[in-house]
Design a binder for this molecule. Structure first.
Ligand code: NAD
Length: 509
């Protein structure tokens, strides 16, 4: 981290003051956003969200129940059938969504603060990654709208076969807390662009940015009823969306466990389309010839500790050739000094708090399991900054992990990296693929043939080579095996899954 210069100190004070004063000016939206306005929920119930960096309550939010979901579906269906959005010309729909993206961009600081406060994420990440990516996502899907063509089939000349893509209807989007605004954008961007009406249910731990996004969409001109935001608990609001007979599709991001429930809701109700983006246990494979230890170390730490490891594509298993293990591990430990744990509102913080007490305890439980199963703790392993009331865990590295240990098998969703060694390429691939998950993977090697061999052999939806990445807006993101079901976020492939195919067959005279 080095010694800070006095100028830098002064700048940070000014920056910190600015941030704190912006926090004091925040105005939370806490009602449900249904049919274009903020409304009280029918049951009058609410829940309290907490700032996980202080353990103190942050806001009391309306808890939508079945009746509120029914009301929102009614508004969404009516808007869809009227065609105020679904039949709007692609060019006009594009203009509205571009305006929405512009408004989100104008409110970057505010949205970044909301996600920082509710999720304990470092403000620097929220304002330089989460919200700019949110804006980019809405803009990308908006710009695609009038560039997508339907098809004419190759029939005989006395027939005409049109193959059309139509919006599905009413889409429920149920999302997690780890990237609150961005996960919302990954769903609503393509769903709205395709002409659907949407009900967004944010995680009960992070509702604030989603509610503000609903309001800004309205301001941009998204018609009433087209985009509804329904804060609430999973077992009530989430389940009511899953089981609803008049919702045509549920796009879910969250745990594999709740993903399974979504499939069962569809089976028990109207066979709505389900797409799932679920958990991961991603391998980072470092071959013996991997280039530039320093660069690898930076990437490995980003993959493991970015967003406190509360990241679906978190590279929690470092699978490394035994000849490189010691030098890389030394470098990782050294570079961890550049990952200060602290107040998420401080722009220098890189590791904020865990999302909540229960989750922190779960992560600490995994650290305990690593110790008791015989892995060697070489860094971290403790709760820190307890005096703040927040739920902080320091970056943690275990050496001498075997792939059958609990810490190597289960998704920890915290800053815990397991180091596993191998001696042959075959063994590396076998360890990497020996998991129920298949979301992401990385491989580090200089050998171009090995790049192709290994990236094809790895069973993961995204394989990054000599880096840690989820690609960009042009590439689909989603999982193999229990990391997902049918779904891809981002890119034109995401757009397509919010549409359905219709054939129009004509007999010509
Ligand atoms: P979660 O499954 O607990 O909750 C996700 C959403 O489902 C929330 O909105 C929650 O309220 C709702 N929910 C909970 N119980 C429900 C029920 N019984 N019926 C209907 N809905 C219900 O997940 P989480 O803890 O919010 O998020 C962490 C998980 O998300 C991790 O497993 C992570 O890997 C995954 N994730 C995946 C991706 C991806 O792109 N694959 C991205 C981000 C997060």
């Amino acid at each position: 981290m080095g010694v800070k210069s006095p100028e830098r100190e002064i700048m940070n004070h000014t920056e910190n003051d600015k941030i704190r004063s912006a926090v004091s000016r925040l105005d939370f939206r806490t009602q449900a956003f249904i049919d274009g306005k903020f409304v009280d929920v029918a049951c009058g119930k609410s829940f309290v969200t907490e700032n996980p960096a202080t353990g103190k309550p942050l806001a009391e939010i309306a808890a939508c129940d079945k009746e509120d979901i029914d009301r929102a579906v009614e508004a969404a269906r009516s808007a869809f059938e009227k065609g105020s959005w679904s039949k709007m010309s692609p060019d006009d729909r594009k203009k509205v969504l571009l305006k929405f993206a512009d408004l989100l961009e104008t409110h970057t600081d505010e949205l970044a603060l909301l996600d920082c406060l509710e999720a304990g994420k470092p403000i620097q990440d929220c304002s330089t990654f989460d919200i700019p990516e949110t804006v980019k996502c809405i803009r990308w899907h908006a710009e695609a709208i009038d560039k997508l063509y339907d098809h004419v089939s190759t029939t005989s000349s006395d027939n005409l076969g049109l193959i059309l893509r139509e919006p599905i209807g009413v889409v429920g989007a149920v999302i997690p807390w780890n990237f609150p605004a961005l996960m919302a954008a990954w769903k609503i961007g393509p769903a709205l662009a395709a002409g659907n009406s949407v009900l967004l249910k944010p995680s009960e731990l992070t509702s604030l940015s989603a509610l503000r996004m609903g309001e800004l969409a309205g301001e941009a001109g998204v018609p009433q009823g087209v985009f509804n935001v329904l804060p609430g608990l999973g077992e009530t609001a989430g389940q009511a969306i899953g089981l609803h007979m008049d919702i045509d599709m549920v796009a879910f991001t969250g745990s594999t466990e709740v993903g399974r429930l979504c499939l069962s809701y569809a089976a028990k109700s109207n066979l709505k389309r389900i797409i799932l983006e679920c958990g991961g246990k991603s391998p980072q494979v470092v071959m013996a010839d991997a280039p530039e230890i320093d660069r690898i170390a930076v990437n490995v730490l980003n993959s493991a500790f970015w967003n406190m490891g509360e990241n679906c594509s978190c590279g929690s298993r470092l699978i490394i050739h035994e000849s490189l293990k010691d030098p890389l591990l030394d470098r990782l430990i050294e570079l961890c000094k550049e990952w200060p744990v602290g107040d998420p509102l401080n722009p220098e913080t890189r590791v904020g708090s865990m999302i909540g007490k229960a989750h922190m305890e779960k992560v600490l439980g995994y650290i305990e399991a690593g110790n008791s199963e015989g892995a060697q703790l070489v860094l971290g392993g403790r709760r820190v900054l307890e005096e703040t009331g927040g739920y902080f865990i320091e970056p943690t590295i275990f050496d001498k992990v075997s792939n059958d240990m609990k810490i190597a098998r289960e998704e920890i969703f915290g800053p815990v990296l397991s180091v596993i060694t191998f001696t042959s390429e075959e063994q590396a691939i076998s360890i990497a693929n020996d998991t129920n998950y298949g979301l992401a993977a990385s491989v580090y090697t200089q050998d171009v043939n090995a790049v192709h061999r290994i990236s094809r052999a790895l069973k993961a939806g995204t394989v990054s080579v000599n880096c840690f990445s989820e690609g960009d807006m042009t590439t689909p993101f989603g999982g193999f095996k229990e990391s997902g079901f049918f779904g891809r976020d981002k890119s034109i492939w995401a757009h397509e899954q919010y549409t359905q195919l219709k054939t129009v067959w004509m007999q010509l005279d």
